[in-house]
Design a protein around this ligand. Sequence first.
Ligand code: PMT
Length: 401
Amino acid sequence: MTLLGDMEPAEAESVYFNEYSAPKALPKHEALARAFIDLHVEDNRRVVLVTSGGTTVPLETQTVRFIDNFSAGTRGATSAEYFLQQGYAVIFLHRQYSLLPYSRHYSHSTNCFLDFMDEAPPTADAANPDHGSIVVRSEYQDEMRDVLRKYRYAKQNNRLLLLPFTTVAEYMFELRAMAKLMRPLGSNALFYLAAAVSDFFIPRSRMAEHKIQSQEIPAHLQGDTVDDSEEIYTGENEIQPPKNQKKLVVNLDPVPKFLHRLVDGWAPDGSMVVSFKLETDPSLLVYKARTALQRYSHHLVIGNLLSTRKWEVVFITPDAPHERWIRVPKARRSKSISGVEDQVGLAEIQKGGSAQKPTSQTEDVPPSDETRDGVEIESLIIPELVKLHDKMIEKKTQKTE
Ligand code: PMT
C-alpha cells in the first residue's frame, strides 16, 4: 500500500480529504471568512492568515485520548497583534483554547487576569454596604488601557477573525478552505504558517471507534471492537506481560505536507507564503529551513530552535542575503522558563556542522515594542516581513503596468 507521504501532492490531497468528513464548523467559518475577505477586498486592505497552536491526533473516533504537542500559540497570537498594528486584517486560525491576540496578556496560569484586579473601597450602596467596584490595579492601568484600546479597535473595525480548530484533519480542511476563499485578494494575501502541525496521524480507516481499553474485555462484551483493539495494542516483546493490562502500540502514518498544494494550488496567484521550521538540534536548523524553501518554492522560511525561539529566528529567502538572523538584544530579552540563553547563536555557528564564526547578517534590530517582560521578537519579525511583502506587491504592480 502506498503511503500518503509517497504520493504526488494532488493525489495525496484527494486521498487524505476523502478519509474524513469536513469539520462541522466549516460552513460557518467559510461564511464568516467570505464576508470578512469581501470587506477587505473592497478596501484594498492586505489580509494575513495566521495559523497558530498545535494540532491534536486522535487515537479513537469517539475521542478520549489524543497525541498533542507543546505549542501554546504564543508566536501566532503575538504576531497577529503586530500584523494588526501594521494595518493588516487578520484571519487567526488557531487551536481552540490556545493563546489569542490581546487576551493572551491576561490569560493562562502565568498571567491570571485576577492578579490584575482589585476591589475598590466600598461606596455608599445601601443594599450592599461592603461592596466596592472591581477595578484594574493602578500599576497595570497604562498597559491594560493600551491593550484594551487595540483590542477594541480591531473588533470594532472588523480587522480580526478568530477561527478555531482542534485536530490535524480539521486544520487541513480549514487551511484549504481559507486559502481558496482568499483568492480575490491576489497579492494582498499573506500566509503566515506558525502552527505546529502534526507530521503523523492515524488514518480514519484504522482508527478504533470506541475508547481503547487497557484491560481484557469479556468476549461477550467485545462486539465489533475486537479486531480493532487487537491490532492497536499488543504485549509484544514483553518477557512477562502484565496479567490484566495491555500495552498500547500506536502505528502512525505520515501526514502529507500540504505546503506544496497551498503554494501551487490553493493560495491566490501572487500571494506570499511564509512557513516556519522548528528544530531542536542547532546544527540542523539552517539546513532544514533551506531544504524546505527549495522543496516548496515559496517565499520565506522562518527557522527557530525550540530553546531560543523567543529571542532569535532566521529568515531564509530565495533572494540575497538568503540567510538573515533577527535577535532580541541581550539586555532586552524576556525571561523564559523553557528557554536556554546559552544556545542563542549556536545554530548560526553550527550550520554545516563545523564550528565557525557567524558570517551571515546578524542584526540587533532596534526594538519597536516592549511588554513588561521585555522585547517580543515578533515586534522585530513582522515589520521585516512586511517589507518583503511590500517588495513582492511592488514587483507585481510593475509587471502589470
Ligand atoms: O506556539 P509557540 O509555543 O509560540 O511556538 C511557536 C512554534 C515554535 C510552534 C512556531 O514558531 C513554529 O516553528 N511553527 C512551525 C512548527 C512546525 O510545524 O514545523 P515543521 O517543520 O513540522 O513544519 C514546517 C511547515 O510545514 C510548517 O509551516 C507547517 O505549516 C507545514 N506543515 C507541517 C506539517 C504538515 N503535515 N504539513 C505542513 O504543511
